[in-house]
Design a protein around this ligand. Structure first.
Ligand code: G3H
Ligand code: 13P
Ligand code: ZN
Length: 283
């Protein structure tokens, strides 16, 4: 069943676990996520980036996800990941997304608040949930000083000001993770997370969670992360799965035999994430 992001994450916040938010750009990835959620009896958030919408078309993506959600026996939310333009966000709302992210994290605080409020007014009027972001995630190749790193991470007092000024449903914070493949080991600022969660007492989102160690993920969940974004680990599972097919059978030319095994591999990776995040059995 299709539900809002707020409904899924309010329960996760109350009961102290995190729900996986997985990026899709094609049918196989979506099917892998839905099958994993069914097998784990887990709620799930399916998200599309602006790049995925450009690649596949919003009509294809929303129709596939609405179909999958209507057949699913677990709660499914359809979310826009890193919305940066008014046009894309409004288009997602019109196309039946149940949650949207307005990413104003690159703007100064007051502009981020203004951009977020503009979206919240419209989204909330039609029952769509809203995620915003405060602080900046690291670039994986960044070689920056401790002071610079500190300046990028979410400031707890700013987070309080931001939430008071917007009434956003869930907030993505920067605590040391980065998008894409990590070169070194990510260092998460757990103290910062603990402080922000205590002050806000609302659902908190972690981006850039692919490649973060299992113990760190568990700790982040125990300290109040409720939505965990995963894209890269699924891309890697897909690519490795396809490579394995060609290694064993270089002459293969049937897309079903190329993508089918990769779909199974992605499903296993996603099931592992659901168990780690604590959302298995929560549907
Ligand atoms: O946060 C970034 C996601 O992994 C989406 O990436 O813009 O390449 O689709 P993308
Ligand atoms: P990863 O690149 O670590 O999978 O992060 C995905 C993400 O944060 C999408 O918003
Ligand atoms: Zn992200």
């Amino acid at each position: 069943m299709l539900v809002t992001g707020k409904e899924i994450l309010a329960k996760a916040h109350q009961e102290g676990y995190a729900v996986g938010a997985f990026n899709i750009s094609n049918m196989e990835i979506l099917q892998a996520i839905i099958a994993a959620a069914e097998e784990e009896r887990s709620p799930v958030i399916i998200q599309t980036s602006e790049g995925a919408i450009q690649y596949a078309g919003i009509d294809y993506l929303k129709t596939m996800v609405h179909l999958a959600a209507s057949k699913a026996s677990v709660p499914v939310a359809l979310h826009l990941d890193h919305g940066t333009t008014y046009e894309t966000i409004i288009s997602c709302i019109r196309n039946g997304y149940t949650s949207v992210m307005i990413d104003g994290s690159h703007h100064p605080l007051d502009e981020n608040i203004a951009a977020t409020n503009e979206i919240i007014k419209i989204a909330h009027a039609v029952g769509v949930s809203v995620e915003a972001e405060l602080g900046r995630l690291g670039g994986i190749e960044d070689n920056i000083s401790v002071d610079e790193k500190d300046a990028r991470l979410t400031h707890p007092d700013e987070a309080v000001e931001f939430v008071k000024a917007t009434g956003v449903d869930y907030l993505a914070i920067a605590i040391g993770t980065a998008h894409g493949k990590y070169k070194g080991k990510p260092e998460l600022d757990f103290e910062r997370l603990e402080t922000i969660k205590r002050l806000l007492n609302m659902p908190i989102v972690l981006h850039g969670a692919s490649g973060v160690g299992e113990e760190d993920i568990k700790k982040a969940v125990s300290l109040g992360i409720n939505k965990i974004n995963i894209d890269t680990d699924i891309r890697v599972a897909f690519t490795e799965g396809v490579k394995a097919v060609f290694k064993n059978k270089p002459e293969e030319y049937d897309p079903r035999k190329i993508c089918g095994p990769a779909r199974e591999d992605m499903k296993e990776v996603i099931k592992g994430k659901m168990r780690l995040f604590g959302c298995s059995g929560k549907a």
